[in-house]
Design a protein around this ligand. Structure first.
Ligand SMILES: C[S@@+](CC[C@H](N)C(=O)[O-])C[C@H]1O[C@@H](n2cnc3c(N)ncnc32)[C@H](O)[C@@H]1O
Length: 160
């Protein structure tokens, strides 16, 4: 969405890299498994995933943010997630932190491989009912859950 791109590009002219989300502590270390960082911004969480051994696809609408990321294990894509279809059964980890898009959320469960981790945190102005959320992630084991802000870390158990 052009409005979002302009808004975030303006912010990223001056924003600097913040520490990664503590939720990433739930993710196990690995060697070269695949992670997806949806609306990853300047890559604070993607860099942490790389430290844990992942190769990361990071998508964000801001070309300014993307232009500031330079790491051989982070593949960047400047795309509008409003129109994005995530490939199915592709990722070992997906993170979606401080960005809300219901259509994308619904795709996430299928985009993860079995035993894949999903990390989600939403900002207060957006909401999804608990029933709707847990209907989407009914095949996940819950590792961490928090009400406010709403946080979820789950592992796809492979059973429906
Ligand atoms: C609050 S920031 C969060 C960034 C990152 N997830 C983090 O935790 O640091 C929201 C991000 O969403 C991105 N964004 C907003 N609308 C988008 C869209 N339609 N498609 C892709 N990225 C979008 C912004 O550019 C921004 O980087």
């Amino acid at each position: 969405m052009l409005k979002e791109k302009i808004k975030w590009n303006e912010k990223y002219k001056t924003l600097t890299l913040k520490p990664p989300s503590p939720l990433l502590n739930y993710i196990p270390n690995t060697i070269n498994k695949k992670a997806l960082d949806l609306a990853g911004g300047l890559g604070r969480n993607a860099y942490e995933l790389v430290k844990k051994g992942y190769v990361v696809d990071l998508i964000d609408i801001s070309d300014i943010a993307i232009s500031k990321i330079n790491h051989p294990k982070i593949n960047t894509f400047c795309l509008d997630l409003d129109n994005y279809i995530i490939p199915q059964n592709e990722y070992d980890v997906i993170i979606k932190i401080k960005y809300f898009n219901l259509n994308l959320l619904k795709q996430t469960a299928n985009a993860l491989k079995k035993d894949g981790y999903f990390i989600f945190e939403t900002i207060p102005k957006y909401s999804i009912s608990k029933n709707e959320f847990f209907e989407i992630f009914k095949s996940f084991d819950i590792i961490h859950l928090n009400e406010n802000p709403f946080q979820f870390v789950g592992v796809k158990c492979g059973c429906d």
